[in-house]
Design a protein around this ligand. Structure first.
Ligand SMILES: Nc1ncnc2c1ncn2[C@@H]1O[C@H](COP(=O)(O)OP(=O)(O)OP(=O)(O)O)[C@@H](O)[C@H]1O
Length: 268
């Protein structure tokens, strides 16, 4: 079984280039990007606007095709979206006419999961994201953070081996964001998954990731990779530690001083 091979990455991005045409010009959104993500690893991607973060995630999701190279899951080339990859975007795409429970059960229904099992699985994941009390409420009665928790429960319920998250907390206020980060990590501690998580936020990237991939733009490429050897669970103590601050500074410099390095390279 491909998934059982020792040392085979769960996700491999192999020499991926993605060009978009812009009028008569070609925009290189990704330039020969290679990356391997281990089973159950939590990888965050951070970088300036337009460096190709979403394009990378969309290629792994099977929503975009690379111009060259390929993405593989368990060694098999990605040719389109699949139930093994749950995608969560910034805008929580919940069905407004379904309750929290209805939204979480929806994917299970499509997958033909029998009613009783559907119920039980939905209940479990609604509990994991702390929405039990709101299970029978429609999305319009939920706050932004609660809607996003519902979207996370829905993605978890169909039990994808991989979660692809594109700025899932980007639209939320700072406090809700921190709470959801904690909740996501708690859920991940209980139900390990392979996660590729895109963010603009350096703190978020370091707090959540086992590894932070820093990208650069024009052309979109991997600029730096930072191993995050902070312990789990990532408590508030970890977030306030000197080790966290040092890693955060390291990633911050990599994201915000890319141009300095380029200038330095050009200056004799
Ligand atoms: N469908 C498309 N057609 C043309 N150009 C595109 C398309 N999608 C993305 N691009 C371009 O590719 C580059 C990378 O875009 P992408 O959305 O992947 O970047 P990003 O790092 O996720 O940006 P942001 O952080 O602002 O969301 C950008 O210059 C963008 O304009």
């Amino acid at each position: 079984m491909a998934g059982g091979l020792v040392n085979q990455p769960k996700i491999a991005v192999d020499g991926v280039t993605k060009n978009f045409s812009l009028g008569n010009d070609q925009l290189v959104a990704l330039d020969d990007v290679s990356l391997e993500i281990a089973d159950n690893e939590f990888v965050t991607v951070v970088g300036p606007s337009g460096c190709g973060k979403s394009t990378l995630l969309n290629i792994v999701a099977g929503l975009e095709e690379p111009s060259a190279g390929r993405a593989l899951v368990d060694g098999t080339p990605v040719t389109g979206p699949g139930p093994d990859r749950g995608v969560i975007f910034q805008q929580y795409a919940l069905f407004p006419w379904l309750t929290v429970r209805g939204n979480v059960e929806f994917g299970l229904k499509i997958a033909g999961v029998p009613r009783a099992e559907r119920r039980a699985r939905a209940e479990h994941f609604i509990d994991v994201v702390g929405l039990t009390y709101f299970a029978d409420v429609l999305p319009k009665a939920l706050s932004g953070g609660m809607r996003q928790r519902c979207a996370i429960a829905r993605a978890y319920a169909v039990d994808p081996a991989i979660l692809l998250m594109d700025e899932p907390f980007g639209a939320l206020d700072a406090l809700t964001r921190v709470k959801l980060q904690e909740q996501l990590l708690r859920a991940w501690d209980r139900e390990r998954r392979t996660v590729l998580f895109i963010t603009h936020d350096v703190d978020e990237a370091v707090y959540l990731g086992d590894r932070v991939i820093v990208m650069a733009a024009r052309p979109g490429r991997i600029y730096d990779v930072v191993e995050v050897d902070l312990p789990h669970p990532r408590t508030e103590e970890v977030r306030l530690s000197a080790e966290f601050a040092a890693l955060r500074n390291r990633v911050w410099n990599s994201v915000y001083h890319q141009d300095d390095h380029r200038t330095a390279e050009r200056t004799p």
